[in-house]
Design a protein around this ligand. Structure first.
Ligand SMILES: NC(=O)c1ccc[n+]([C@@H]2O[C@H](COP(=O)([O-])OP(=O)(O)OC[C@H]3O[C@@H](n4cnc5c(N)ncnc54)[C@H](O)[C@@H]3O)[C@@H](O)[C@H]2O)c1
Length: 324
């Protein structure tokens, strides 16, 4: 008997190919995300779930899926998964680390450049038909090269962002719960700092910490007060790491110069106060290149195949539940 799998997305051909011979997969193929009751209904008889960050794998879902042995997230962030609850029930939870670092770092830079050089405003003007021609002080932005980049979270993605900053001849400072080894700091020309010092010194702050109880609301009013009035905040991590109401207030009161966001507290809701010219808004697409999203889907599929093949899924978040 092949293990029964529910995939909450049709995935990509390459991932379907990995699953097709060894699993009986039911795919959610509609363009919208599946409603919660539909997910709960479909996991009832399944031994594996391949899910996206839009699905909560919590006590409720685990109760609805008594046969479940693995929840394979197609994302590196796993704040949508209650790992402790999975562990309690012997369910392996997996994520997709590593394959999206460069793509996500590229996009953090896309946002940084766009907000510094006012690309959103420039694009809107050019398309509007109201552009009357070149002018000396038209849409003047802020230089990126030679400035100070502050990274909050210096893991896989934070480091990939740092690597790119070297090409812009920037000074790179970072803060993290764990200081990086000296070789990494030297290679990336990155200097460790406490959070408060980083807030005061950085011209651009890019956030790369996971969403955890300790990082929820990390960027609150007190952090914005410490930032420079000329500084920009870039968030490609998770929305709730930034207190959006405090961010809106900081923008309104000119405590900071602008922001560029890929993620939001209550996606897909965008607070009206963020829809301002000095804020660049993207719809959670930092890892969204075809190559990378395909790799992520394949990695999730491989994790499922490994478990049912009697091997250790490479990206187990709770390896203690594995017997092999
Ligand atoms: N927008 C997107 O599409 C997108 C894409 C990929 C990743 N992400 C997000 O980016 C996050 C980071 O990914 P990664 O692969 O670099 O993770 P990682 O685990 O390699 O790095 C995270 C870093 O944050 C640090 N950290 C954890 N808690 C901290 C705290 N309280 N204070 C300071 N530092 C702390 C860790 O020590 C680690 O160095 C993911 O968890 C995910 O939520 C978003």
């Amino acid at each position: 008997m092949k293990p029964k799998v529910f995939a909450t997305h049709s995935l990509f051909d390459a991932a379907r190919e990995i699953l097709k011979d060894n699993c009986e997969v039911e795919y959610w193929t509609r363009p919208e995300r599946p409603p919660r009751d539909e997910v709960l209904r479909r996991v009832k008889d399944k031994e594996a779930l391949i899910c996206l960050l839009t699905e909560k794998v919590n006590e409720e879902l685990l109760q609805a899926a008594p046969k479940l042995r693995i929840a394979a997230n197609v994302a590196v962030g796993f704040d949508n998964i209650d790992v402790a609850a999975c562990t309690k029930r012997g369910v392996v939870a997996t994520n997709t680390p590593g394959v999206l670092d460069e793509t996500t770092a590229d996009f953090a830079w896309t946002l940084l450049m766009a907000v510094a050089r006012r690309l959103g405003e420039g694009e809107a003007l050019t398309r509007s038909g109201n552009w009357t021609g070149w002018d000396l002080d038209q849409l003047v932005g802020t230089d990126v090269w030679g400035k100070t980049l502050g990274l909050v979270g210096f893991g896989r993605i934070g480091r990939a962002v740092a690597q790119r900053a070297n090409g812009f001849r920037m000074r790179v400072i970072y803060t993290d719960a764990v200081r990086a080894p000296a070789e990494v700091e030297n290679e990336l020309h990155a200097e460790f700092m406490e959070m408060n010092a980083l807030l005061e010194e950085a011209d651009f702050i890019s956030v790369h910490v996971p969403l955890l109880p300790e990082t929820r609301g990390l960027f609150d009013a007190s952090k914005f007060r410490r930032m420079r009035p000329t500084a920009f905040l870039i968030n490609t991590a998770r929305g709730p790491v930034v207190d959006e109401a405090a961010l809106v207030a900081a923008l309104e009161n000119k405590k900071i110069a602008g922001a560029a966001l890929d993620v939001y507290e209550k996606e897909p809701l965008i607070p009206p106060g963020l829809k301002r010219p000095n804020v660049v808004l993207a719809p959670h697409i930092a890892s969204a290149s075809l190559e990378t999203r395909t790799k992520m889907a394949c990695m999730a599929a491989e994790n499922v195949i490994a478990l049912f093949g009697g091997r250790r899924p490479e990206n187990a978040l709770n390896p203690e539940v594995l017997k092999v």
